[in-house]
Design a protein around this ligand. Structure first.
Ligand code: GDD
Ligand code: GTP
Length: 424
């Protein structure tokens, strides 16, 4: 059997996702009509050998309860459980901490997915590569522009054999434009011993690690494995993958399909567009039927109320109980639960927060970024601003007011035109 782990992180992370993460934990934020991690689960549900999925993170216990309940009925072949770290243990530390649960039933392979990525998750293809090459580990890779590469884990591979020769997390100088997508497949009998070795190595040679000096200092007093585990994070990227590249049995599966990171709140807009396009290509019945006023792909929640003269799309998601008035124009945007958009308003490249109100003839707009860009900020008048305009929960935009490239914290009322600002 195979199992899957989704690394969901915790409340102290996701600060770049503000103001949206103030009200909903990032993994549960809706893109293309579903929580970010629902898209991961959907991909996992298409791997026949997977019956157990763990969400590992350090959010409070209740956070994922409803999501797990709903998903368990939607994906009846999957048992889904949340395993809570008492503190951030790192991307490998969490896995190691819960190794007994994960290894129960003796799974042969384990998928590990970062929750904050958007892609087509070619898991079956990764599994096939594992079998073909008798791989111990397979990492999903994608090509990005040379200047974007240093923000990610970088992979040097043999283009013929697809062997990973070298792995460096966020290297300072350029080594490769093939980057780590945050999706892995590990042989269970290799993964946990590797993490154990990394923990041991750190305990034995605490001062030689590439860790911050305060951590070095702390670890030099601790040689007991349990203590080390408690006080330090162990990361797949820094502590495990580099070593695995020395084994010859570590391979990369390069996806030619879409891939984006979901870090900043604004990055929900490209993710929304990509998942909507994917749903469109697969002929999903969830999408609104295209028409003169609906430029596909568009998702409209069944409980939303959209006036027939409103023009929506492409790449628009309308949440539950949203009201869209006559003559409204919305494109490349997400409108969240209970928001109201009055007649003739125009919303472009924006996210409208839960319960927000946009007045008549108002304009809320961001700026398009190149489709290939992995950056959600742009330079306007010499200053760096977020390309996507975001209204937090329960904001108000007055009639005829124009809001351009702004991030607006919850509960703000905008009565005059604003641009290139963070409104606090
Ligand atoms: N359970 C748990 N515990 N999850 C964690 C922890 C932790 O202590 N720390 C991070 N995560 C989760 C995050 O929620 C996210 O889903 C994932 O692990 C990776 O987050 P980061 O550690 O912040 O890494 P990153 O996003 O900057 O970079 C990683 O992802 C890139 C692709 O998006 C690296 O794997 C890069 O190499 C990779 O290119
Ligand atoms: P195409 O995409 O080629 O059709 O042209 P476009 O980008 O100019 O128009 P689109 O309908 O795709 O989306 C943006 C357009 O919405 C603007 O260019 C305006 O024509 C229209 N628009 C701008 N402001 C408002 C407004 O306040 N209310 C309404 N209803 N529409 C507006």
């Amino acid at each position: 059997a195979t199992k899957a782990v989704i690394l969901v992180g915790g409340a102290s992370r996701g600060t770049r996702f503000r103001p949206l993460s103030l009200d909903v934990p990032k993994p549960l934020f809706d893109v293309a009509g579903h929580p970010i991690i629902w898209h991961c689960l959907t991909a996992i549900s298409k791997v026949p050998s997977i019956h157990e999925v763990y969400l590992i993170g350090y959010y409070e216990e209740h956070v994922f309860r409803d999501f797990i309940k709903d998903s368990s009925s939607e994906f009846p072949d999957l048992s889904i459980k949340y395993l809570r770290e008492y503190q951030a243990l790192g991307t490998a530390g969490g896995l190691y901490h819960f190794r007994d649960a994960i290894l129960k039933g003796r799974p042969e392979n384990i998928f590990v997915l970062n929750s904050d990525v958007c892609c087509s998750f070619p898991l079956n293809e990764m599994l096939q590569l594992t079998h073909e090459r008798r791989a111990e580990a397979v990492i999903l890779g994608t090509r990005v522009s040379e200047d974007a590469a240093s923000n990610f884990g970088c992979i040097v591979s043999d283009s013929h054999t697809r062997r990973v020769l070298h792995y460096v997390e966020k290297p300072e100088s350029y080594i490769s434009n093939l980057i780590n997508c945050g999706v892995y497949l590990f042989r269970a009998d290799v993964l946990f011993p590797s993490i154990r070795t990394a923990i041991q190595r750190r305990a034995d040679r605490p001062r030689l690690g590439s860790y911050r000096s305060s951590e070095n200092l702390a670890s030099s007093y601790m040689f007991d494995e349990e203590d080390t585990q408690k006080n330090e994070v162990i990361r797949l990227e820094q502590d495990i993958l580099g070593e695995m590249a020395d084994t010859n049995l570590f391979f990369v599966y390069e996806t030619k399909d879409f891939w984006r990171q979901i870090k900043t709140a604004g990055s929900a807009i490209p993710a929304n567009a990509l998942y909507l396009q994917k749903a469109q290509q697969s002929g999903s019945s969830e999408l609104a039927a295209p028409s003169a006023n609906i430029k596909a792909p568009v998702f409209i929640h069944p409980t939303a109320n959209v006036h027939p003269t409103a023009v929506l799309g492409p790449n628009v998601s309308i949440g539950p109980r949203v009201t869209i008035g006559p003559g409204v124009r919305i494109k490349e945007s997400i409108v969240l639960e209970d928001a109201e958009v009055k007649h003739d308003a125009c919303i472009l490249y924006s996210i409208i927060g839960w319960g927000s109100r946009v007045g008549a003839w108002a304009r809320v707009e961001g700026t398009p970024t190149p489709v290939t860009s992995h950056n959600t900020s742009i330079i306007k008048n010499g200053v760096k601003v977020q390309a996507i305009t975001i209204l937090g929960k329960e904001c108000g935009v007055g009639d005829e007011v124009r809001v351009q490239n702004c991030i607006c914290l919850p509960f703000k009322d905008l009565k005059r035109d604003v641009s290139n600002e963070v409104i606090m």
